[in-house]
Write a protein that binds this ligand. Structure first.
Ligand code: 13P
Length: 256
């Protein structure tokens, strides 16, 4: 039985005060830390608010994640942030290979792979994003694109490491558009990913890996998506900035 994980990707939003207010309101509604809670909940603020948000999540059931990380341990990499720095601030998760970084910042599968390996080596849980463009879906290439991203981004990962990774299927055309994938469209890709895991590793690894769906997840469509057998939570953008909406998505994931 996989424990669903719902993560809020705040992207480049909020002020420091608003970030702390948001996490305090979430924590107040969720109650104190409870490791038996049915859903794992992660918040991923911008780097500069990690420390303030990290302090606010202490003693709560919320966990801290970053939106990106360097693949390098330290040195002359102006503007970059290392895994050790994230650990220092209390991060347990890091989003790697988000489509905005792939398409806007030129991150390739090779770069994503190096970041995944660096995150694992540091003890962080990578949330590795994959997803096709609209043109690729329209040309019937979705499953080939997902396979290529899976193979490239997750190259050289052992079965033991794989079981610690969270995969996020985020169709690019659904991100920030309000055009959510139908539960059947999402489930089809999640099943593809699970069969890739089964062929590369084994059934135990395929059954253990949590695969989130992301892309216009909202309070009113979450339950149907989370009701799919192979959808194990959500990676939420816009709706994670609103307390009520995010809590409704968490509740929908818990009803799995
Ligand atoms: P939206 O929920 O705003 O579509 O964003 C999804 C996303 O990119 C999460 O990483």
């Amino acid at each position: 039985m996989r424990r669903p994980v719902v993560a809020g990707n705040w992207k480049m939003n909020l002020t420091r005060g608003a970030a702390v207010d948001l996490v305090r309101s979430l924590a107040a509604s969720l109650g104190p830390s409870d490791s038996s809670a049915s859903v794992e909940i992660v918040v991923c603020p911008p780097y500069v608010y990690l420390e303030a948000v990290g302090q606010a999540v202490q003693g709560t059931s919320l966990r801290l994640g970053a939106q990106n990380v360097s693949d390098q341990p330290s040195g002359a990499f102006t503007g970059e942030i290392s895994t050790a720095m994230l650990i220092d601030l209390g991060c347990q998760y890091v989003i790697v290979g988000h489509s905005e970084r792939r398409t806007l910042m030129g991150e390739t599968d090779e770069i994503v792979n190096r970041k995944v390996l660096a995150a694992l080596a540091a003890g962080l849980t990578p949330i590795v994003c994959v997803g096709e463009l609209l043109e690729e879906r329209q040309r019937g290439q979705t499953s080939a694109v997902i396979r290529k991203q899976f193979e490239g981004s997750l190259a050289g990962i052992s079965g033991e490491q794989m079981a610690r990774i969270v995969i996020a299927y985020e169709p690019v055309w659904a991100i920030g558009t309000g055009q959510v994938a139908t539960p059947a469209q999402a489930e089809e890709v999640h099943l593809d990913l699970r069969s890739l895991l089964r062929s590369r590793y084994n059934a135990a690894v395929a059954d253990a890996v949590r695969i989130q769906y992301g892309g216009s997840v909202k309070a009113d469509n979450a339950a149907e998506l989370m009701g799919q057998a192979d959808i194990d939570g959500a990676l939420v953008g816009g709706a994670s900035l609103k307390v009520g909406d995010f809590l409704a998505i968490v509740a929908a994931a818990g009803g799995h």
